[in-house]
Structures are given as C-alpha cells and as structure tokens.
Ligand binder design. Structure first.
Ligand SMILES: [Zn+2]
Ligand SMILES: [Zn+2]
Length: 360
C-alpha cells in the first residue's frame, strides 16, 4: 500500500484526500486505524471556536487500531507490555518531550513542547485517517484482549477526561450523590465513573431524549429533560433525590455556557463541581460567586488527560463492558470520505457517538 485517505481541514473546510502511508522513525510506530471517534472538540476546531489552525491538519484525536509497523527499538507499549505488528492499540493525543517544566516538574499534561497537530503534508497523528504515525515519546497501549475495540472507540477521549476530572476533583466516594450535566460522550463517561465508584444517585440532565434513554440504560438513577423542566424544577428534583444538603458532586459535561451558573446552583453544601465540557465554550457567563463561599463549594476544571488517565480509562472500559452494552454508544459510522456527515451529526447532537470506520 502506498497511499491512504485522510480527512484534512484547511481554511475552515474539511475534505478527504490521498496522503502517503507513513513509515515509523526509531522509537515510533505506525498504526492502521480501525475506528476513530468524532469528538465535540473536532466540531469546535472546524467551526473556528478555538482559534485558527496555522496549517492544514488531519482531524481526529481519538482512535483504536492495529500496529502496522514498529520503528527501530520498539518492543513494548508505554506500560511495558510486549507488542508486535497486528496488535490492537489505543493511543494518547500527543507526544511528550520528557524535558520541560510540565513533563518533569509538574508531571502533567499538556507537555509544553507537544503539538496536537502537525502539518497534514507531514507524517502525523490525526486519527481521521487510514494510518497514524506516532513518534518516539507518543504514548500508546496494547488493548487487553477482553476490552472491546468499539467500546473503547466510543469513549475515545471522553472517559480519559472523566477519569482526569475524578483525579482533579477528588474521587467520588461509595454511596455519594452525583449530578451530571450533559449526556453526550463526556457526560456518559462521567456517569460510568460515578457508577464504577458506587455512587447511590446518578442524575443526568440533557435536552435529547435519546441520550437520556442511553444514560438510563447505563445506570442513571434519574434523568431530567432540559426542554421539559425549569431550572427551579431541576433543583427541586435533585434535592428530593439527594437530600436537602444537595448532591456531593456535580459534573459539567454539557459544553454550553448556561450549564455553569446552573451547576453552581445545583451544587450541594460542601459539594464539589467539576468542569469538563466547557473547553470549547468560549465566552463569559454571570454567576453569583458568593454561592461558592456560603456553600463551601469546590470547583475544579479538567482537560488534557494524562497518559495515566488513558491507561486507566482503557482498563475501566474492560471492567464495565462485561456488564454494559458500551458498544451501543456508537450510533453513527462513516467512511473517511463522509467526514462532513460525521461532523454534522456530532454538531447537531443527534449522535451519541459518531465514529470513522476505515473499513467502510
Ligand atoms: Zn476529544
Ligand atoms: Zn514536555
């Protein structure tokens, strides 16, 4: 094979085009992409909400695929598991340099020298493509045999983000009460983390009935439809289920500005509020800061999940997939050539999760 397809964003428009099949450099690998998630972030990038990209880029930052070729010196994944060509792998969105303040002193992501995108004319890690090229230092993990590829692709960067939120905010404890704002992939991922933490109430809010039905199938104890309830009714419903103190944890996974003041209002006394969906929602919103003080509310933001978060998210998919139909989160599948349709159903919210399926 000498040429492959990739979805390239240039000047605000996305189109599939032929690109060369990459070859790995020492310490790096190439991966034949199987399934690649279409994320709300991809829509924000295409729509210019998060600034102009400096060059044509290959879209996509989440996927699973099989190792196509191993560069010189590669014998294991980034958790020490032996790998060979043909193994199914799951990779993180960027390489890490290993010699910057974030990498070494903070031991955090994003790395200051990492780029989420490379010029589409060069080998790169954009996932809406037949192949990705991962340089040395770009973490990937061999997917354990019991972890279904579809479930992993469905939860792409959403579950690592929810796991990151759990790290940043402090873990949900046994028997606690949780409200999740939004039932897209990040909201579903927050629901799964709450379930795995044995929360006793998991209340999910969204405006799409299909998403709320999915949340119920995956363990939501109550769902609230934004279109059919007022804010006062939602606050009342949450208090009725969680008690007069309010919920222990509220998780924002809605990605729209009005979610923030609502989340503050929903928050319980001595509660915690995690912000995960607002990465792509630029702009301002008013809220009463005194509420943070009078209720001792802790607020933490989370984005740019670490390789460790990706590893644990992959393992959590394996644990949960044994009893939950996680593969059904994929509601739409498209060929690379149909990338704009995939972005469309993600933009409109009609998809729970759309994926690029390179076999189509
Ligand atoms: Zn994403
Ligand atoms: Zn670094």
């Amino acid at each position: 094979v000498s040429s492959a397809r990739a979805a390239v964003l240039a000047h605000g428009a996305v189109a599939a085009q032929d690109v060369p099949v990459p070859t790995p450099t020492p310490g790096g690998v190439t991966v034949r992409v199987t399934l690649a998630g279409v994320c709300g972030s991809d829509v924000h990038i295409v729509d210019g909400h998060v600034g102009e990209m400096p060059f044509p880029i290959v879209l996509g930052h989440e996927g699973v695929g099989t190792l196509a070729e191993l560069g010189a010196g590669v014998a294991t994944d980034y958790a020490g598991v032996p790998v060979r060509a043909g193994d199914l792998v799951f990779w993180t969105p960027t390489a890490r340099c290993g010699r910057c303040y974030s990498c070494v002193v903070l031991q955090e992501t994003p790395c200051e020298n990492a780029s989420y995108f490379e010029d589409a004319s060069k080998p790169n890690w954009g996932a809406h493509a037949d192949y990705v090229w991962l340089p040395a230092g770009h973490p990937f993990f061999r997917v354990p045999d019991h972890v279904p590829a579809e479930a992993l692709a469905a939860l792409g960067c959403a579950l690592p983000t929810a796991v990151r939120g759990n790290d940043r905010l402090g873990e949900i404890k046994l028997g606690q009460t949780v409200v999740v704002q939004g039932a897209g992939p990040v909201g579903i991922a927050c629901l799964l983390v709450a379930r795995a933490s044995s929360a006793r109430e998991i209340i999910v809010i969204d405006r799409f009935a299909g998403r709320l039905a999915m949340a119920e199938r995956l363990g939501a104890t109550l769902t609230l439809d934004l279109e059919q309830t007022t804010l006062a009714e939602r606050v009342e419903a949450v208090r009725r289920r969680c008690g007069h103190n309010g919920p222990d944890v509220v998780l924002e996974a809605a990605g729209t500005l009005p979610a923030f003041p609502e989340g503050i209002q929903l928050g319980g006394n001595h509660g915690r509020y995690g912000i995960m969906g607002l990465w792509g929602a630029t702009g301002d919103t008013a809220f009463p800061p005194r509420e943070l003080s009078t209720r001792n509310l802790t607020v933490a933001g989370a984005s740019f999940a670490t390789p460790r978060n990706y590893f644990y998210a992959m393992q959590l998919v394996g644990t949960l997939a044994a009893s939950l139909p996680l593969g059904e989160l994929i509601t739409h599948r498209y060929a690379i050539d149909d990338i704009n349709d995939a972005l469309g159903v993600t933009r409109s919210g009609e998809a729970v999760k759309a994926v690029i399926d390179t076999s189509l």
